[in-house]
Design a protein around this ligand. Structure first.
Ligand code: ZN
Ligand code: ZN
Length: 152
């Protein structure tokens, strides 16, 4: 079975039209290619709107995650971040990781697992680093002595 696209007027196989309710044949009157083309140009024209929308959505999701995991809202997170100058509390670097959408991943919330108290915000490396030392200052001190001895 074939169908003519309303936009490009090409006669195409029914499979070339996306499924869409509300139409007599249950298919989009525009072929998939035309829909893609339309979406792409819409996206180009509305980049700012999309970016803003994604940002808000992402912020909201981030807020929910922070609250659930650390009892910390995005406002408080940003406050701590500001106090730290926007960088990792240990190495002073900005987080370099990306979450896959080209956005910067936020610094990790370093918290005391027993009490839930927040120590500060750390980059991925420092966070896992002190984690591997079990957050034990004594072991870390020994590690420093060990490292410095090999430097002398
Ligand atoms: Zn078409
Ligand atoms: Zn760091």
């Amino acid at each position: 079975m074939k169908k003519i696209c309303r936009v490009c007027n090409k006669e195409l196989l029914l499979e070339s039209f996306g499924v869409l309710n509300g139409f007599p044949d249950g298919r989009n009157p525009r072929c998939k290619l035309c829909v893609n083309r339309y979406m792409a140009s819409w996206r180009l024209e509305h980049l700012d709107v999309i970016r803003e929308r994604d940002r808000n959505r992402w912020q909201k999701r981030r807020d929910t995650t922070l609250r659930r995991k650390y009892g910390l809202g995005i406002e408080e997170f940003n406050e701590i971040l500001k106090n730290q100058g926007g960088v990792c509390a240990i190495c002073g670097r900005v987080e370099s990781g990306s979450n896959g959408w080209g956005r910067y991943e936020n610094l990790h919330v370093d918290h005391v697992s027993e009490s839930g108290a927040i120590r500060g915000l750390l980059c991925f490396h420092c966070n896992t680093g002190i984690g591997h030392f079990n957050h034990d200052p004594d072991v870390l001190r020994i590690a420093i002595t060990y490292l410095e001895a090999s430097m002398a």
